[in-house]
Design a protein around this ligand. Structure first.
Ligand code: PHE
Length: 486
């Protein structure tokens, strides 16, 4: 069977890396990572997160890029093609559908957070962040959210900008924006880390991030770390798979994956090193929740020389980082509508934008008019985040690795990944055994169905993976192929 011809390709050799890094590096690194690390108590969470990136995030990202490139299309179309090529069931398309839905749901709350970053860029300038205590800055943040017009206006602006860039097409908009944004953001973060170093809270912040306390490993925290690994690498949400579908043949999937994952992790750790020292130096609690960076960083900017200029630049960079991520969340849907129904990218963006505006409105109202509506203790904004990060993305991840590990014809992934034999064997081992078992264990643990003490659990997991690997290799040819009807 001949391979699908690509319709769109990245323009430059760096196009994919830039765009995928632009997608991965976003509010997840600068806003979410610090605040959930604060909520789950620091070092142990950071370690779990790093382990999830290494053991699950990287193999899953390689898989998604390879499937995207092989199938050359939106998640649904790409999966449909690779499955067809392998003679498997078209039901696998549902995995692509769920990923697209997850990307869309994330965008619905992401525009609100990105709106905060945009608003704070302006607030840095107009003096509304002149308050000199964390409490007062917390008040500014709350007042901003209490006003639906203000909060909504910024979020709608972000949504419209995102749709506009996506409508214009892949290459120019996305590639150009990330080319200078990424280095700029890294420099800004280094400056902030430098400031944090002098703030008097550096060692407290450093310890919080990197000192390991086994008692903080809980099922809930593990699920959060796993979900965040997916979120921060833009996995199981259609973004990376669709970007992968524009990757020219001949570029190394593994190398690009490592570059993106390393950049993403560095930005998150730098953000943590910039933020926690300031928090501890000012007697603020690290578990302040989603407002954490908006209440702490302006204080640092006020105290440093040229602080206003740095502050404006910083929030502007965060806004752009958020935009390059937001674009990738809806790219899959636009690519799908474009391919499936033949509508122009512009119309596809307009149609998805209409739905986006309605649903994200509910997320904006969660902070003011609808703040009393909290079914099962979560408002609408929290529900979107919770459902996608904790459930949809890890589940999507399991199915993607099962698809690649068991259902696809083995030469497909081998060709696309084009790795030395040992590296390929390692990838295969990870997607067949380690990733599915780890994700399942984390799920079962979070549901309270698996309980073991924090240290012994690693023996259990290693044992389960080993046993499954042996059994799987012995039985696989017969059982799995029989199930797949081949
Ligand atoms: N990775 C992005 C971030 O860290 C969020 C994202 C999730 C982007 C899913 C695309 C798809 O901010």
């Amino acid at each position: 069977m001949t391979r699908e011809k690509p319709k769109n390709l990245w323009l430059s050799r760096w196009g994919f890396i830039l765009a995928a890094t632009g997608s991965a590096v976003g509010l997840g690194n600068i806003w979410k990572f610090p605040y959930i690390t604060g909520e789950y108590g620091g070092g142990a969470f950071v370690l779990m997160y790093l382990a999830c990136i290494l053991a699950i995030g990287i193999p899953v990202m390689m898989t998604e890029i390879a499937i995207g490139r092989r199938g050359r299309g939106s998640p649904i179309d790409a999966i449909s093609r690779v499955v067809k090529e392998s003679g498997g069931s078209q039901l696998w398309k549902a995995v692509g559908g769920m990923a697209m839905l997850a990307g869309f749901m994330i965008l619905c709350f992401y525009v609100v957070v990105a709106g905060w970053a945009f608003a704070y860029t302006v607030k840095m300038l107009d003096g509304s962040l002149a308050a000199t205590s964390v409490e007062a800055l917390g008040g500014v943040f709350e007042a901003h959210n209490a006003n639906p017009w203000q909060l909504g206006g910024w979020s709608v602006l972000v949504a419209l900008l995102t749709l506009w860039i996506v409508a214009k097409g892949v290459q120019k908009g996305i590639e150009n924006a990330v080319r200078w944004m990424m280095p700029g953001l890294a420099v800004m973060l280094l400056i902030l880390v430098g400031y944090a170093f002098t703030s008097g809270g550096f060692s407290a912040g450093f310890d919080f991030l990197f000192s390991f306390d086994a008692s903080k490993i809980t099922g809930e925290a593990l699920l959060a770390a796993l979900g965040h690994a997916f979120f921060t690498l833009s996995l199981a949400s259609g973004a990376i798979l669709t970007y992968g579908s524009y990757l020219p043949d001949g570029q190394s999937v593994a190398r690009t994956t490592f570059v993106v994952a390393i950049c993403d992790t560095c930005v998150a750790l730098l953000a943590g090193l910039a933020i926690f020292p300031i928090i501890f130096a000012n007697g603020m609690s690290p578990s302040a929740g989603p407002g954490l960076i908006f209440m702490s960083l302006p204080l640092a900017f006020q105290q440093m020389p040229f602080g206003t200029a740095f502050g404006v630049l910083f929030f502007a960079m965060v806004s752009i980082a958020a935009l390059t991520s937001a674009i990738s969340m809806i790219e899959a849907t636009v690519a799908y509508l474009n391919e499936k129904y033949g509508v122009s990218r512009f119309k596809a963006a307009a149609a998805s934008g209409a739905v986006l505006l309605v649903i994200s409105l509910l997320a904006m109202l969660s902070f003011n008019l609808m703040s009393g509506w909290t079914p099962m203790g979560k408002n609408f904004f929290d529900w979107l985040d919770y459902l996608t990060s904790r459930w949809m993305m890890p589940l999507g991840g399991i199915f993607i690795v099962l698809l690649a590990g068991y259902s696809l014809r083995s030469d497909i992934m081998r060709d696309e990944l084009n790795l030395p034999p040992l590296a390929y064997a390692l990838w295969l081992f990870m997607v067949r055994y380690v990733c599915p078992v780890l994700i399942m264990v984390v799920f079962l643990h979070a549901l309270g169905w698996l309980m073991f003490d924090p240290v012994a659990q690693w023996y259990w997991i290693a044992g389960a993976v080993g046993l499954l690997a042996v059994l799987g290799e012995l039985l696989r040819p017969r059982v799995v192929l029989a199930l797949a009807g081949r």
